[in-house]
Design a protein around this ligand. Structure first.
Ligand SMILES: NC(=O)c1ccc[n+]([C@@H]2O[C@H](COP(=O)([O-])OP(=O)(O)OC[C@H]3O[C@@H](n4cnc5c(N)ncnc54)[C@H](OP(=O)(O)O)[C@@H]3O)[C@@H](O)[C@H]2O)c1
Length: 414
């Protein structure tokens, strides 16, 4: 046995022995297949070893291959004057080892945003990242800036934003990076940001909707909506509405919505399957911070999908991503218990650079050009929840969001 293995011939007959009810056959071209008489089915793989085989060499002298009226191959042994359905070369089969293309995934959970951009030059490209003064947004902005892009950090707090700009410039003094004010909790602020951005007269190739709040106590924004819903969804919805003409003129352009796996643990439809506004922007009595966050993250995916449906014909694609689980950013800061949980989980979770990888992958990977309406985790496409895939819900959310923006801005000016 050892000698056989040494000679590369350890593929013994006993291993190849067929289970009862199976028969080995060959096709006209010499490929081996296996017939299961009990279940009346055939397959290419050996039922025990899973190997595929083909016969080697020519038929022995005096043998001929024929086909019967049912198309089945049989063999005529002219010397001994007999016929058989058994290919005499079956004793000398060889493994069929087709050279399979490598299926190894290029990126995984340990990939960083910098790994994805390595060797790329984004000079001349304009990238806007919301909530870029900390956490995943900061690493996303920094990674693009260190690769030549003109990066705008869209942040609600100018002191924190300027400090983030300085941190990027410390790494590369030539980085083209600036901060602009954007408070997603205030529709007027979104409007002012869009006006100021348009006044710069620059293109917009990548828009990353990253900013979010998590675990807040219940509060209403000045526009009269529950804060988590407005910051995480509606503010971004309005921002994209206002910048969509710039995005289209800059095509190919990409939008990325930073969502979360937590979108799976909620529902935004009522019992009759219609979008339920009271779940999106609940009253104080119906409010649970975790649920509000999950719902806003579900909105991110629905919005991304609908945006892609509407803008992809004009060269703007959109994808939603999950950056990672319980990563130690500033997101836990609203409650000490979250901080404790995030601290305990910290050794086991992704770094911020790794957390930014999937966003950067969707925003910049060449293979993502023209692709959208999808949801990614670890730089890999995944299916989001059934509700996140619903076109009706996505359309209803879009229409509701349009109405809310109009109403709130109307009432604010009136
Ligand atoms: N960390 C995780 O484990 C995790 C998991 C899944 C998904 N995510 C998602 O990843 C994204 C980034 O989160 P992160 O973990 O990096 O948290 P983070 O460090 O807290 O970043 C959130 C950013 O959003 C900004 N922001 C909050 N309210 C805003 C407003 N009204 N207007 C404009 N900006 C506002 C924050 O600015 P301030 O500093 O001024 O507050 C901050 O820059 C979020 O969409 C989050 O849902 C995170």
């Amino acid at each position: 046995m050892a000698a056989l293995r040494y000679a590369g011939l350890d593929d013994t007959d006993s291993e190849d022995e067929l289970p009862p009810g199976w028969e080995e056959r060959t096709t006209k071209d010499g490929w081996v297949y296996y017939a299961n008489h009990t279940e009346e089915k055939t397959q290419w793989e050996h039922p025990k070893t899973g190997k595929r085989k083909r016969v080697a060499g020519d038929l022995p002298y005096g043998w001929e291959q024929e086909t019967d009226e049912n198309g089945q191959v049989f063999f005529v042994d002219h010397i001994n004057k007999r016929t058989t359905y058994l290919d005499p070369r079956l004793a000398f089969t060889v493994d069929d080892n087709p050279t399979k293309p490598p299926t190894r995934q290029r990126y995984d959970s340990s990939t960083t945003a910098m790994d994805i951009l390595q060797g790329r030059d984004f000079t001349g490209k304009v990238v806007v990242v919301t909530g870029a003064n900390s956490g995943i947004g900061f690493e996303t902005a920094k990674s693009f800036a260190l690769h030549g892009a003109h990066v705008i950090l869209a942040c609600r707090n100018m002191a924190r934003a300027s400090e983030a700009v300085s941190r990027i410039l410390e790494e590369w003094h030539k980085a083209k990076v600036e901060a602009m004010t954007l408070d997603l909790a205030l529709l007027r602020s979104v409007q002012h940001f869009a006006e100021a951005f348009k006044a710069k007269n620059v293109a917009l190739h990548v828009l990353v909707c990253n900013a979010a709040v998590f675990g807040l106590p219940w509060s209403l924004t000045k526009d009269g909506l529950e804060t988590t819903f407005q910051v995480n969804h509606l503010g971004h919805f309005y921002l994209v509405q206002l910048l969509q003409d710039v995005l289209c003129h800059s095509a190919p352009a990409r939008v990325v919505l930073v969502s979360s796996e937590s979108h799976r643990f909620t529902d935004i439809n009522d019992t009759s399957g219609n979008l339920d506004f009271s779940r999106l922007s609940p009253s104080q009595n119906d409010y649970w911070a975790m649920l509000a966050y999950n719902r806003s993250k579900l909105c991110n995916i629905l919005f991304s999908n609908e945006l892609h449906r509407r803008l992809s014909p004009r060269g703007v694609t959109s994808n939603a991503v999950h950056p990672g689980n319980v990563m130690y950013s500033s997101i836990h800061r609203s409650w000490w218990l979250w901080t404790l949980l995030f601290t305990l989980a910290r050794p086991f979770t992704k770094s911020m650079q790794q957390g930014a990888a999937t966003t950067v992958y969707c925003a910049a990977a060449p293979e993502m050009e023209g692709l959208g309406g999808m949801y990614f985790n670890n730089c890999c496409r995944c299916l989001p929840s059934a509700q996140a895939q619903s076109e009706e819900t996505a359309q209803a959310l879009w229409e509701l969001s349009e109405r809310l923006v109009q109403e709130r801005l109307g009432s604010a000016s009136g």
